[in-house]
Design a protein around this ligand. Structure first.
Ligand SMILES: Nc1ncnc2c1ncn2[C@@H]1O[C@H](COP(=O)(O)OP(=O)(O)O)[C@@H](O)[C@H]1O
Ligand SMILES: Cc1cn([C@H]2C[C@H](O)[C@@H](COP(=O)(O)OP(=O)(O)O)O2)c(=O)[nH]c1=O
Length: 206
């Protein structure tokens, strides 16, 4: 649906699903094919977006304020980073994009999906991911991995019901858009996951 020549790949999953671990592998895999790529993330990806990210992650606010902030960050990200990179023919790897807003703000928090769709139509400017990896894992596995590693942000401190609803919305989106989503069972070992990622990418890179 997009007119660019680069590819736009996004990475999604509940906190602790292993997204960061596997982005590194995919980045290396694509670079090794001689493709220029831009690695970025949301919320963030631009200097303004990174400032929004700090507010978004650490301040308490109304659900709709939170949603508007993340889409403001995304608008800047699309305009300054994603669209120009794709137009140059570079590939863009983004640690989260709009599916995260559906999963967290709608699935987890209960915002009306129609409002998110309106914002997405407004902010994307016709652009959409070509491929989305969803790292899917049961909540107890994700929590055990996170507890072992770091201080949690406000989303990571949420309760089990929130993360189960978030995960379910991701899976619902994956079923709705099977053409671009690849669901990865992240309870497997890292080498098993890498083998699956390589098999998917083999069919995707030129
Ligand atoms: N398949 C896996 N098996 C065991 N540990 C894993 C696996 N994937 C990730 N981890 C570990 O779990 C923790 C969280 O992974 P991370 O990639 O930071 O998750 P996310 O970015 O999705 O929050 C890290 O310590 C990481 O090494
Ligand atoms: C992009 C996005 C992220 N988030 C949340 C999910 C994560 O809990 C948090 C930051 O994501 P992330 O960068 O994946 O966190 P970390 O660096 O700790 O792995 O923001 C939303 O709630 N909505 C969104 O639209």
């Amino acid at each position: 649906m997009t007119s660019h020549s680069g590819k736009f790949i996004t990475f999604e999953g509940i906190d602790g699903a292993g997204k960061s671990t596997h982005i590194a592998f995919v980045t290396e895999y694509i670079r090794s094919r001689g493709i220029n790529l831009v690695s970025t993330r949301e919320p963030g990806g631009t200097p303004l977006g990174e400032r929004i990210r700090e507010l978004f992650l650490h301040e308490k606010m109304h659900l709709e304020t939170e949603t508007l902030l993340v889409f403001a960050s995304r608008r800047e990200h699309v305009a300054q980073v994603i669209a120009p990179a794709l137009a140059r023919g570079d590939w863009v790897l983004s640690d989260r994009f709009t599916d995260a807003s559906f999963a967290y703000q709608s699935g987890g928090r209960g915002l009306d999906r129609a409002k998110l769709q309106t914002l997405a139509d407004w902010v994307h400017g016709g652009l959409s991911p070509d491929l989305t990896f969803l790292f899917d894992v049961p909540l107890d596995v994700a929590r055990a991995r996170l507890d072992a590693t770091r201080d949690l942000d406000k989303f990571e401190r949420e309760q089990a019901d929130f993360f189960n609803a978030t995960r379910n919305e991701y899976l619902r989106r994956a079923a709705e858009f099977p053409g671009r989503f690849r669901v990865i069972d992240s309870s497997q070992t890292i080498p098993a996951i890498q083998a699956r990622l390589a098999a998917i990418l083999e069919g995707f890179v030129p």
